[in-house]
Ligand binder design. Structure first.
Ligand code: SF4
Length: 414
């Protein structure tokens, strides 16, 4: 990948296609046992070089990105709330200078309540962050210990109060159900406590034991049981009913919001629209390519700096984007499968006419066998011009998704 310089643009946003920006902050104070995200503890020595590298990566992408209007920004991690307000200000200034931000940009930051202070929250609001997403996970101390989270339920309550006092009016809380040895009643207690905070948005995920995590090794060694899938299904069913009764609309398999408060950034992913990820390990779907940055924060910083220096020294203003570890232009079959799988995650499902317009083929022609099978099994249904998962399909979504994947290319021998 190469890029080139272009003059800063103050072009009006009208008429530009929209773009979502993701910035990855990979640092955490400690690694939680279940976490397989690209996050690291003990890399404090990389932090001083990381913000300048992010700014440089923004500059490297700016010539291409300025052709778009940025409607959403998402700082994910890792723990973005560990970034100092001084560094956040540097990043915010660079974003405003280099990119064409929509006046009503949705700007989310993931926060860990362990170390979150009122002063820090006020600083975030001051630079323009308007949506906060906190990894609460559970309101029971022993369950937080199982997950190796560092916070307490009391700390969650204090952080929510501080966030409200700092002016955050759009708050997401992440929760995990299906915890090992965790009853329906304990999950109900967590959800009821969290509802008392009146968040605008809730994300509720079933615990998954990911290979390579500390939790995985504990389960493999027999120190912990496998999560109980039947219990998780009961908890999920109850969650759907309870949140509907509390006035939250479910709009995605794991996401609920108050009316009009769905996460605009994540909707970009589910609608298979362009997004540009920056930072270590960040993924993108931009200029027709899928790309992934180097995972290692140290190698990421070195690569961005090398690209930046090459660009500065180049008469043409071009430079190889060394931080991009891999990229591909997805073929038509992959793009159709992406649009289906991502779209079916949404409760509204896939707009069949929009699919035909985009790909020049109907969903029935593109996925004839899979649709027949899963409609027959009662996992898919049609309504109002959309194809969507049924209630039962929401629980068995992965079985549907696997069948929508394109067939692998046949291997050719020599
Ligand atoms: S705080 Fe979040 S990103 Fe960091 S280790 Fe824990 S779960 Fe992973």
């Amino acid at each position: 990948m190469t890029t080139e310089t272009a003059p800063a643009s103050n072009a009006a946003a009208e008429g530009k296609p929209s773009l979502a920006l993701y910035l990855h902050i990979p640092f955490c104070t400690s690694k939680c046992g279940y976490c397989d995200f690209n996050s690291y503890e003990g890399l404090d020595h990389v932090v001083p070089d990381y913000t300048p590298a992010l700014v440089r990566e923004m500059e490297l992408w700016a010539p291409a990105a300025r052709k778009y209007r940025v409607d959403t920004i998402f700082f994910g991690g890792g723990t973005p709330s560990l970034t100092s307000i001084a560094d956040m200000q540097v990043l915010a200034d660079a974003l405003r200078e280099q990119y064409d931000l929509s006046p009503d940009v949705e700007w989310t930051l993931e926060a860990n309540q362990t170390e979150l202070t009122r002063e820090h929250l006020e600083g975030l609001r001051g630079i323009g962050v308007n949506r906060l997403s906190m990894g609460v996970q559970s309101m029971h101390a022993d369950e937080l210990e199982l997950l190796e989270r560092q916070h307490t339920p009391e700390r969650v309550a204090q952080a929510v109060e501080d966030a409200r006092a700092a002016g955050f009016e759009n708050l997401n809380l992440d929760l995990i159900f299906g915890l090992i040895g965790h009853s329906l009643e304990r999950w109900q207690s967590t959800l009821e406590q969290v509802l008392a905070f009146q968040p605008e948005h809730l994300s509720c995920y079933a615990l998954t034991v990911e290979p390579g995590t500390a939790l995985y090794y504990r389960v493999q060694k027999g120190l912990l049981e496998e999560p109980d899938a039947d219990l998780a299904a009961d908890q999920y069913d109850w969650t759907r009913e309870r949140l509907a009764a509390a006035g939250y609309g479910q709009y995605e398999i794991s996401n609920w919001s108050k009316p009009g408060q769905a996460c605009r950034h994540n909707l970009v992913y589910w609608h298979a629209e362009p997004y540009l990820g920056m930072g270590a390990g960040a993924h993108s779907f931009f200029i027709g390519r899928r790309m992934a940055n180097l995972d290692s924060p140290t190698r990421y910083v070195e690569a961005v700096n090398a690209s930046y220096e090459e660009r500065q020294a180049s008469a043409s203003g071009r430079a190889e984007l060394r931080q991009v570890a891999g990229g591909e232009v997805p073929d038509e079959a992959t793009q159709r499968a992406d649009a289906m799988i991502l779209g079916l995650r949404l409760l509204e499902g896939v707009d069949m006419e929009a699919f035909r317009t985009r790909f020049g083929v109907s969903v029935d022609d593109a996925f004839a066998d899979a649709l027949k099978r899963h409609e027959g099994l009662g996992l898919l249904e049609r309504a109002d011009g959309h194809l969507r998962l049924t209630e039962r399909g929401l629980l068995l979504a992965n079985e549907v998704f696997v069948d929508l994947l394109p067939d692998p290319e046949p291997e050719t021998g020599v």
